[in-house]
Design a protein around this ligand. Sequence first.
Ligand SMILES: O=C(O)C1=C[C@@H](OP(=O)(O)O)[C@@H](O)[C@H](O)C1
Ligand SMILES: C=C(OP(=O)(O)O)C(=O)O
Length: 413
Amino acid sequence: MKIEGIKALRGEIKIPGDKSISHRAVMLGSISKGETTIENVLLSEDTLRTIECFREMGIKIDIDGKENRVRIQGKGIYSLEKPSKPLDCGNSGTTMRLLAGILGGQKFSSTLIGDDSLSKRPMDRIIIPLTKMGVNIKGEENKYPPLRIYPSDELQGIEYELPIASAQVKSSILLASIYSKGRTKVIEKKTTRDHTERMLEYFGQGEFKGKEIYVPGDISSASFFIVGASIIKDSSIVIKDVGINPTRSGIIDVIKAMGGNIRIENIRTINNEPIGDIFVSYSPLKGIELDENIIGRLIDEIPVIAVAAAFAEGTTIIRNAEELKYKETDRIKAMVNELRKMGADIEALSDGLIINGKKSLNPTNMNTYNDHRIAMALSIAALNIMGESKITDTQCVNISYPNFYETMWEILE
Ligand SMILES: O=C(O)C1=C[C@@H](OP(=O)(O)O)[C@@H](O)[C@H](O)C1
Ligand SMILES: C=C(OP(=O)(O)O)C(=O)O
């Protein structure tokens, strides 16, 4: 992909549906009774993996790609059928970790596999609490995929304090608790996204009934354009219908604290999730130190926050973000390597980054490490650099945002 520096980002855009909410809607729809319709669902490689896994287990799911709509014919929490082959989660950590919670309560054996990247990501974080609940789950070296899950006696609710801030671990436990006897309580010291809690409430207690769901635009996908419009002079954009759940909106707080020009209008709630329109325009940014409690509210936005920091005046410090090492790639290492190629002053910490901003950076050749967030963050940096940058392997944007480049071309001037 060749990207040249541009004058501005201008216009009104709509962002595809939230990835986390789309996964959860497909999962809960598949174990509910009756029809669930999901509007504005994200149809990307990751969410299609979740859909395929439930189809493998006998759930009828119709996809209308033109309308971004999915219809699920659910038959209840015990209606899943034994899959005839391993369930392939591809690149998607959310699919593997959340699905393991549901599969733990089934009366059949199953295996969860993933691609090279997912196969290196830690699963002991779910194996440990699920095992405490009575789930019979095994990983390679007790830690890595494939995960093998065997039927077990009735599961027991647990009280569990999350040792790491992870919505995927929390959600895996909550989904297993649907199949458990007694109460489950998950304690988190640091805020992580609460979409599972909100959606469980929306589907109702006891037996889940099929529902209509509208998925808000993904604030993580919006963040690339929020940063782009903040750093590229003369930019002014509107991003319609974005999810602004407070457990996800750390990016807005950070850009505001850096001196960004950003406001939210038309705030309303749809199926238990807040949504609004985000207005962003260019404003000179200054470096800040991120509060440790905000990290869970913007974990996937750190690569693009690093880009904002690279062009800001002064120093930005990000700590308590060791989790970045366990994503699709080591995102600390990837951002340091690639931003340095552009001439940025950036240093890796064991749990974060220190970035001294510069007025301008240089065009160069960059790698994405096949990580969608790295690809999109670097693309935004390239838009703010005079001359032509080249980025290899940008097809990985299909993991979370298949139309990313189309939208980008649409609004650049
Ligand atoms: O629950 C979710 O949908 C997600 C939680 C986060 O992962 P962790 O729970 O591993 O932090 C995030 O990075 C991922 O993109 C989606
Ligand atoms: C880490 C991510 O997703 P997952 O964990 O589902 O692979 C992400 O989308 O940035």
